[in-house]
Design a protein around this ligand. Structure first.
Ligand SMILES: [Zn+2]
Length: 387
């Protein structure tokens, strides 16, 4: 039977330790013989896929041999990775209670215990522990990284911003784009609670944090629409498109409303044509076909769309074309009705957004992947089934 990946890892660890221990201690006589015999007993359990018994033996060794603290740490991390958080917590707590640890061993055990707490969902305890670790030189960065992860999990965006800023200072890394997302989250919360002036301040801070970020520009546009400032809204949406053309599907309905409110609906066609030159998806083409229908009639729109689809096939485009066909000739519509049903069903089930990291599929944009928790890893899918 093939060994579990965790066992393979542990075997490697034990074999490494055997080499290290007995290479150093060959002249120490009976103590080494006993230790060696215990190691081989543990190794034997591992080979027989009895990890629990093996772990028991290694724990006994750890009791009598100070040098096996590293074995303890590795075993605890193995427990955690196997999903045995309680066991990992007990092991690390026992380790920390030992009086003979060096400062470094103690700090490493605390870091591990914090990760156990996180895995077990005990975020409060993990947070306290990592906050204590911030006081120890040399552990500020790992502690800050964990605190940053915890505050994101708790959606405590103000604290996340503090941790990210401090991490920037101590590591020299650039987290401006991450901080802009946290600020945008705060803006979203304020907007939902109806506090639009506060939302506006968060958005401006997000823009200042990362001037190239697209999300704060979209929010700025939506807030400007809410207060009826149509020129500012239009400017913000243009800035969003300049930064990331893939937000076209989100921007289009807002852009159309802004132009209508400004009495510039006649400029929509020209704007849509400019967008289709920069963006390969079907959304602006469909908006353009609506515009052509309004100006030149159904036949012209049908001709425009079918010509486009010949070069750029798209399920959503086809569904609209079928719709135009049905409206154009109601008498001959019967064969198209079931086709329309099928296409709409297909569209309802397709995900046009996908995470480039973990493959999570979604029908709407998520700035943070709900599955792998990465920011801006979810992208719009193009092509026949996408936008
Ligand atoms: Zn993901």
């Amino acid at each position: 039977m093939a060994l579990l990946p965790g066992l393979t890892f542990l075997l490697g660890l034990v074999i490494g330790l055997l080499g290290f221990r007995f290479g150093n201690d060959l002249r120490k006589g009976r103590h080494v013989d006993k230790l060696r015999s215990n190691y081989f007993r543990g190794l034997n359990y591992l080979l027989n896929e009895q990890p629990d018994k093996a772990i028991e033996v290694f724990l006994q060794i750890a009791e009598v041999d100070r040098h096996t603290v590293e074995t303890h740490l590795a075993l605890g991390s193995l427990f955690r990775r196997r999903g045995e958080s309680d066991r990992a917590i007990r092991l690390h707590q026992n380790l920390i209670a030992r009086p003979n640890l060096t400062a470094e061993q103690r700090a490493l055990a605390l870091l591990e215990l914090g990760e156990d707490y996180m895995r077990a969902g005990l975020l409060d305890r993990a947070e306290l522990l990592f906050t204590d670790l911030l006081q120890l030189d040399g552990y500020v960065q790992p502690a800050l990284r964990q605190l940053l992860a915890i505050s994101q999990q708790e959606q405590d965006w103000r604290r996340a911003i503090d941790h990210a800023r401090r991490l920037q200072q101590v590591s020299g890394e650039n987290h401006a784009s991450l901080i802009a997302h946290f600020l945008a989250e705060l803006a979203g919360v304020a907007r939902q609670s109806g506090d639009l002036p506060a939302a506006e301040l968060w958005v401006q801070e997000a823009i200042a944090s990362d001037p190239q970020a697209v999300r704060p520009r979209l929010l700025a546009g939506q807030l400007a629409m809410a207060r009826g400032d149509w020129p500012a809204a239009l400017r913000a949406f243009d800035e969003a498109l300049d930064r990331q053309i893939d937000v076209v599907p989100e921007v289009l309905p807002n852009l159309i409303e802004c132009l209508q409110q400004l009495g510039q609906a006649d400029r929509l066609g020209e704007r849509l044509q400019a967008i289709t030159r920069r963006y390969a998806g079907i959304s602006p083409v469909l908006a353009l076909s609506t515009e052509i229908e309004r100006e030149q009639g159904l036949a012209a729109a049908t001709q425009f769309l079918s010509e486009h689809l010949r070069k750029h096939p798209s399920v959503r485009g086809l569904a609209t074309l079928v719709e135009l066909q049905i409206r154009q000739d109601a008498a001959a519509a019967a064969p198209f009705l079931s086709l329309r049903g099928l296409l709409n069903e297909l569209i309802q089930t397709q995900s046009v957004y996908r995470c480039g990291h973990c493959g999570f599929a979604a029908r709407t944009r998520h700035w943070q992947c709900p599955s792998c928790k990465r920011w801006e890893s979810i992208k719009l899918v193009h092509g026949v089934m996408g936008d």
